[in-house]
Write a protein that binds this ligand. Sequence first.
Ligand code: IMP
Length: 179
Amino acid sequence: MGTRGRTEPFDILISEKAIQERIVALGAEIDRDLKDGDLVVVGVLKGSFVFMADLIRAIKRPVSCDFIRVASYDHDHSTGVVRLEFDLTQPIADKSVLLIEDIVDTGRTLRFLLKYLQAKRPARIRVASLLYKEINPEVRGFIDYCGFTVPDKYVVGYGLDSEGLYRSLPHIGCRAEER
Ligand code: IMP
């Protein structure tokens, strides 16, 4: 199947090449900043798993990996409610935590997770998000390592879904009519 067939009905907003180049830069920055101690990389399921897989390979220092899952969206619309569905499998007390998000939109998920994880007494928490939606500038400060800023559009691909589909696209796309 050609690329065009796989992307319909989406236009490419951020190319595969641009994503991969940005991730190499983010990995180098994280290596510089988080040199010492144990580093636990925590992926927020499901959307972050593709980004996390590439980012941990761009980070050259040893890391351990864990996952956490929250539910906050219902059929692409925010319900405003965030609840924990799946918790970490290891203690993070006194360790450095790198929380991996696919996209920060309203910031509700991130605020919930930061509060929840802080209660576990890690040495520090840093946040890496592939995308940040520019309509909510008050949450930008929570992101230490940001891949790209995107406009206020529903985006898919590279881990992000629409009703469970399109996570496997190698780029970020948005609906043609939304561009
Ligand atoms: P927030 O709590 O509003 O910041 O939303 C965070 C979560 O909503 C993300 O981790 C995504 O799973 C989902 N989300 C928000 N915007 C989009 C989008 O444009 N495409 C796909 N998922 C999105």
